[in-house]
Structures are given as C-alpha cells and as structure tokens.
Design a protein around this ligand. Structure first.
Ligand code: F6R
Length: 240
C-alpha cells in the first residue's frame, strides 16, 4: 500500500487525476470504477479541466459506480446518478450507454444485485476510485461486512447517515438503505486509488494502513490488494 501525503487538496487531486488520465490515454477502452462523496470531487474537476484543455477522450471507456442510495430514483437531486452527472459525466464525452450505476428503485433487489455482479465479472475494473467513511467503510460496506461480499443491499450505519446528512435538508431525508458493490468486487479490481482528507478520516486511515485486517474496519481489506495508492492530506494522515 503506497501512501502519498499532501499539504493541499488541489495538488492531491491533480496527482490522483493524472492516474486516471494516463490510464485512459494508454488504453482508451479502460474500465474505471467511480465513487461519489466529497473526496473525489477535486479529482473530477481536474479530469474536466484536462478534458477541456487536452481533449483526453472518454468516449470508449466503461464506468462502474460503487453504490447508490436505495429507494430514491435517479432523478432525485441527491441520487448518486445525479452526483456523477453533475460532477463529471455531463462535462466529458463519456458514452451514456457505457455508464453503470446500481439502480436505487427496482422491483427485485436480488435481480439488480445479481445483474450488477454479472456485469462486474465480465468487466474487470482497471482503476477503482475510493473514498473512506469515518467508520472505515468502503463503498457502503459498513463495519462487519464480510470480505467475501459482492454487490448487495445494505442498511446504512447511523454514523454514515449523519455524515451524509449535510447533503440533505435533514437527517430524516437520508435514505436508510443502499445498494453497494461488495468488498470482494472491490478487491477484484486491478488498481485502487483512495482519497481521504480531514481529521474525521484519521482513525480510518490509521486502521486502513497500520491496523489488523478485520471487518470491524472494512478498509483494512485493502491491505490484501497488491496495487493500492492512498492520497491523503496531513490531517487524515495525522495518526499514521
Ligand atoms: C461513495 C462511497 C463512500 C464514500 C465515503 C466517503 O460512493 O462509496 O464510501 O466514499 O462515505 O465520503 P466523503 O468523500 O463524502 O467523505
């Protein structure tokens, strides 16, 4: 596991974006795994600015998102579908047909999970972008999730709901459930870059890098992957 510590979020984002841009320039048919949340927003801004200046094309990539809230439609302003559209996809030339995001409104959740797992098994992700929860979750794999998990329906931790309430009018509006790629899916990707900033992430970063590998801190599973780079600021790195 490589750890890169930055003083400045923009520099961190520029370096993380270079990994994606180089990957896509080397292989225009790359498969990229995307995350939502605040952590990768700077990386997405850098990809957009590179797209405008250098015209790196995303028209042949395939994308897979980690997760989606359950019970809200993709048109909901806080759906992860809208997040990806607003923060990245509508600003670059990605082909809408190549975008994969789990659906939060389905008649049969098991059918949706099985279909997502099937697609993932046919499409090995070249680079997976991750954030980490203050409680160590990756995707929405909350503490206690098996490392053998594949795409599944989850009940969100109260801490996660509180952390994400900032995006909603009140905590009551934050969905209680989500659909997420499992830890096994995440570990099956070729390369992982994880971004974490702020003191709120320092415990999770400590366990992820130095702690015992345990489902109590889901991000410790990343110690079992052989190509993980963690982009952190000084606050997130402060307990290392
Ligand atoms: C988002 C996701 C989550 C976030 C994590 C950190 O798709 O899967 O694991 O990466 O909750 O969120 P932020 O970046 O908002 O602190």
């Amino acid at each position: 596991m490589k750890v890169k510590v930055y003083k400045n979020y923009q520099e961190l984002s520029i370096d993380a974006a270079k990994e994606i841009i180089n990957q896509v320039r080397t292989n225009p048919k790359s498969i990229i795994g995307f995350a939502t949340g605040s952590s990768p927003v700077g990386l997405y801004k850098e990809m957009i600015s590179d797209y405008k200046i250098n015209h790196t094309s995303y028209k042949d990539i395939k994308t897979f998102n980690l997760d989606e809230y359950f019970g809200i439609d993709k048109t909901h302003p806080q759906s992860y579908y809208q997040f990806m559209m607003n923060n990245l996809f509508s600003h670059i030339d990605v082909n809408p047909e190549n975008i994969n995001i789990p659906s939060g409104v389905v008649t049969d959740i098991n059918v949706e999970c099985d279909a997502y797992n099937k697609k993932l098994s046919q499409n090995i992700i070249d680079i997976q972008i991750l954030g980490v929860g203050g409680n160590g979750h990756i995707g929405f794999n909350e503490p206690g999730t098996s490392f053998d998990s594949v795409t599944h329906h989850v009940k969100l931790d109260e801490k996660t709901r509180k952390d994400n309430a900032r995006f909603f009018n009140s905590i009551d509006e934050v969905p209680k459930y989500a659909i997420t790629m499992g830890i096994k899916n995440i570990l099956s990707t070729r390369k992982i870059i994880l971004i974490a900033t702020g003191i709120n992430k320092s415990d999770a970063v400590y366990h992820m890098v130095k702690g015992d590998v345990t489902p109590v801190w889901p991000a410790t599973a990343l110690q079992m992957h052989d190509d993980v780079t963690i982009y952190v600021d000084e606050e997130a790195a402060s307990k290392l």
